[in-house]
Design a protein around this ligand. Sequence first.
Ligand code: ZN
Length: 212
Amino acid sequence: MPQTFYQQLLENNKKWVAETLNEDPDFFKKLAKGQKPPLLWIGCADSRVPANEIIGAVPGEVFVHRNIANMVVHTDMNMLSVLDYAVSVLKIKHIIVCGHYGCGGIHAAMGNNSFGLIDNWIRHIKDVYRFHRKELDDIKDEHKRFDRFVELNVMEQVFGLARTSIVQSAWNNNQELTVHGWVYGVDSGIVKDLEVNFSSNEQIEKAYQLNF
Ligand code: ZN
């Protein structure tokens, strides 16, 4: 009987366990003791942008949150819970927001088609377009405008992270924590560092600064 795709997944798992144990017999025993990842990754749910592979990380090295278009929506309890656990308990030192060129969520936000429930999520991305309408509308080449929109969206999510009470509280406690913005090229594998690095609440606009 031919193996189904689903059965193949379980076979793949067995093979992976065997190969991993062959290289390091204690691999899973060490992982079972706990995690101390230095990094939180906030990325797109897109299947082409796997957090670990891109940065050559092995299990235990990166705490991951993914959603459509790598958004930091400041009322999203899922994102806030991941962020708080990563910052307050795991004491991660870096947060990377990683967007990617060719992002379907960003593309949807550039147009006016309805996609159902997801329209309400995409609306957050449309807000980013509105903030940067002048710059984006001036880019006549649609492909270049799309690329720039991806970059601007990542930057806005980095700003959003820096404004959270969680990140500001960590800085207030002199915890070492830097927020970064990246864009991944699905057609090249190369990461572009947008060099928007936040490591103190003095870098954010006054209105968002919290006194503890
Ligand atoms: Zn995407």
